[in-house]
Design a protein around this ligand. Structure first.
Ligand code: ADP
Ligand code: MN
Ligand code: MN
Ligand code: MN
Length: 366
């Protein structure tokens, strides 16, 4: 028997005996949300990310170059084990790149606007931020869609399922749709070395969540991006589309967010509750700025219904879910801990959101 699957599972030792490995280079395309990747052969095994070569791609095909010079250079930033090819093969996250000699600027007036990691790395490299060792726990919600209809997985053709209620953390053929994809993704992330904390079925049928972290500084965003990449690859095998739309179905259906749990060293230490209060006050003062960076279309989600707060009004509370910021009961009881920024939409760029939170709460002086 000879199938494509047999071929994929080809014994890798022959490749390794030749001291070769396959490195899949990953980066973010021109929309700021589309993931791209291509592979190359390297001499292996590779144990030091610092030894990974730079590479390039055609920026005109990703909406990231203009004019005559189309080359975009990839700077490897992080390395993971490849859960698809396995063996010594790796995923290389190059989601840090520079555009070279671009003739024109994008509408934002910035030639490297999709290189958000560059700006985040500046914030996370600041000595005051390093000293506070910021931790992030990112809850990524997403919706699985039928490829042909772009309608959520498990929903009746052109119709609606029974109202929300039984689906959150639900089990059974009428409540949970796409668990094989979710579970394969979970295992693949663990294999890759991503600090994935868990998964759960969400309130809207076909909607799921995974959590990354707590991870320190920029690592959280690196890991979330690669976890998104792995999700796209698993869903590709299953022939299912992943949607990061913050409100995939209008009406009385849950939106999808990316709650960002956050703490600093001061917040985790004795008396940390005071540091948490100060941080929340600073976030209140900068609410509008943060909302501008928390994801496209988030205003369709943050209506005040479905466990959200209204996008125009900053609020916080203990144990409440219809607020911008939630402080957990344990944190209040212990007088230290972390809080949850519930505002980011599922399509947010974690480089933007995590670095904004660190910037506002640690560096900014009102
Ligand atoms: P929810 O109850 O909002 O669904 P989850 O369990 O999905 O919460 O996610 C909570 C997240 O908070 C996890 O990703 C976890 O790693 C993270 N977390 C826990 N402690 C901290 C901390 N001290 N600082 C930052 N994040 C934390
Ligand atoms: Mn959660
Ligand atoms: Mn959730
Ligand atoms: Mn949450």
């Amino acid at each position: 028997m000879s199938t494509v699957t047999d071929f994929i599972n080809l014994n890798l030792s022959a490749i390794h005996d030749n001291n070769k490995l396959i490195a899949e280079y990953i980066w973010i395309g021109g929309t700021g949300l589309d993931l791209r990747s291509k592979a190359r052969t390297l001499s292996g095994p590779m144990d030091d990310p610092g030894k990974l070569p730079k590479w390039n791609y055609d920026g005109t095909s990703t909406g990231q170059a203009c004019g005559k010079d189309t080359e975009v250079i990839l700077y490897p930033q992080a390395m993971f084990k490849d859960p698809f090819r396995r063996g010594n093969n790796i995923l290389v996250s190059d989601i840090f790149f520079v555009k070279v000699l671009c003739d024109a600027y994008n509408p934002l007036g910035d030639p490297i606007y999709t290189n958000r990691r560059y700006y985040a790395a500046k914030t996370f490299g600041h000595p005051d931020v390093v000293a506070e060792a910021p931790w992030f726990g990112l809850e990524q919600e997403y919706t699985l869609m039928e490829k042909a209809t772009k309608w959520p997985l498990g929903w009746p053709q052109g119709g609606y399922p029974r109202p929300q209620g039984p689906y959150y953390c639900g089990v059974g053929a009428e409540k949970a749709f796409g668990r094989d994809i979710v579970d394969a993704h979970y295992k693949a992330c663990l294999y890759a070395g991503i600090n994935i904390g868990g998964i759960n079925a969400e309130v809207m049928p076909g909607q799921w969540e995974f959590q990354v972290g707590p991870s320190v500084g920029i690592t959280a965003a690196d890991e979330l991006w690669v976890a998104r990449y792995i999700l796209e690859r698993v869903a590709e095998i299953a022939g299912v589309v992943v949607s990061f739309d913050p409100k995939p179905v209008p009406g009385d259906w849950n939106g999808a967010g990316a709650h960002t749990n956050y703490s600093t060293k001061s917040m985790r230490e004795e008396g940390g509750y005071e540091a948490i209060q100060k941080a929340i006050e600073k976030l209140r003062l900068r609410h509008k700025d943060h909302m501008a960076g928390y994801g496209e279309g988030n205003e369709r989600r943050l209506t005040g219904d479905h466990e959200t707060a209204n996008i125009n009004i900053f609020s916080w509370g203990v144990g409440k879910r219809d607020v911008s910021i939630r402080v957990g009961r344990d944190t209040v009881k212990e007088g230290k801990g972390y809080f949850e920024d519930r505002r980011p939409g599922s399509n947010m760029d974690p480089y933007v959101v995590t670095s904004m939170i660190a910037e506002t709460t640690i560096l900014w002086k009102p």
